[in-house]
Write a new protein. Structure first.
Length: 374
């Protein structure tokens, strides 16, 4: 993924290391942990459980939720309604209107149904999310990206909003440096984004023959054989749940850190000294751990590749059935007027086009502290 902006020059990073440490672990600071329970002085942010985190740069938009939380390792599904107006053409026959009803009437047939439920194809990882209870003199490294609980009214002193992430989900990247942004536009506050698919319904109409000849002037019947109709499925939500959280970047001039063990930090610059990039959930959309839930569990689609900023596409299977309408003619069944559609029930099935739900994301290095002795 191509970085959206250059990293700080190496000399600038070295200079930061020589500056004095500044207290920078403010009240409401929230981050993921690679463990099953929050450490002392931290607690789970209950409203986030089972939800994606969408970053916002205005504190007044924090806490807004969309859709219902996911359960443990739930790969959320959705479906689309569709209407396909199939038109069976006319096929003339030389006969009056009574009384053989084996043929199907020409004209419109409205095929309506829902696609089968399907997942988005997005890859997920569920991680424990903890928030700091009260401020602390402990330091947070420069460039650390932190979420803040909805009660926080603005980014703390010496922190600034992360503009690139506004309206997007932050996902762990593969490299130790750089930020990359997906091609989808950011979500508006509270937006439940919808998407569409198209489909082509194909119906093979059975054949009936009459003792007579083709020709003028009864045009009530339709032809046998294949008929197709393209249609657009109705726009639908992916049903993916998220919560909006104020997201800020630490500008305090220090790379010191005494965060609890298991803390996972996003950093807009690079992993600080003593921290390494972790591949926990790399290329996956983090979901705040549900209760109950298995921390670190992955589910859904394949992880996004390191070089991709594209959206993940998915499709839906569909099927349905309908009955034709009876049209009578004054001929017996037999040879040799053939090619007329049979009046009966018909079934159809297929798969929609592959399209994306356009859940916007930004890929950022996720760092974990190196264990002592390594």
């Amino acid at each position: 993924m191509a970085p959206v902006r250059a990293l700080l020059p190496l000399l600038a990073l070295v200079a930061l290391l020589r500056l004095p440490s500044v207290a920078a672990q403010p009240d409401g600071f929230t981050t993921f942990f690679n463990k099953g329970s929050c450490p002392d002085g931290w607690s789970e942010l209950g409203t986030t459980r089972g939800r994606l985190l969408v970053s916002v740069s205005q504190a007044g938009q924090g806490g807004v939720t969309v859709n219902t939380p996911m359960k443990d390792r739930e790969d959320r599904t959705h479906a689309h309604s569709y209407t396909a107006p199939l038109e069976l053409p006319q096929k003339n026959i030389a006969a009056d209107d009574c009384c053989n009803g084996q043929g199907a009437c020409s004209g419109p047939y409205t095929l309506q149904n829902d696609t089968l439920p399907g997942t988005t194809g997005l890859p997920f990882v569920q991680l424990l999310l903890c928030t700091k209870n009260g401020s602390s003199s402990s330091s947070v490294p420069f460039g650390t990206i932190g979420y803040f609980s909805p009660e926080v009214s603005a980014c703390p002193a010496n922190w600034k909003p992360l503009a690139e992430a506004n309206g997007r989900v932050i996902i762990p990247g593969y490299s130790a440096t750089g930020i990359s942004v997906s091609s989808s536009p950011p979500l508006k506050s509270g937006e439940d984004r919808t998407h569409v698919h198209n489909l082509t319904v194909s119906v093979e109409f059975g054949d009936v023959e009459y003792i007579g000849v083709d020709g003028c002037c009864n045009d009530a019947l339709g032809p046998s054989g294949l008929q197709t109709q393209a249609a657009d499925a109705d726009a639908a939500s992916s049903n993916l749940p998220y919560i909006q959280l104020l997201t800020c970047v630490n500008q305090n001039n220090t790379f010191d850190s005494d965060l609890p063990s298991g803390a996972l930090l996003y950093n807009e610059v690079a992993c600080p000294p003593g921290w390494n990039v972790t591949l926990i959930g790399a290329g996956r959309f983090p979901v705040a751990l549900p209760n109950p839930g298995v921390p670190g569990a992955t589910f859904g689609g394949q992880s996004l590749p390191p070089t991709s900023t594209a959206d993940v596409a998915h499709g839906h299977a569909y099927r349905g059935s309908f009955d034709t309408k009876e049209c009578e003619v004054g001929l017996g069944s037999g040879c040799c007027a053939d090619g007329y559609a049979r009046n009966q029930g018909y079934s159809y099935s297929g798969v929609t086009s592959s399209d994306a739900v356009e859940m916007p994301y930004v890929s950022v290095p996720m760092c974990e502290k190196v264990a002592s002795g390594r």
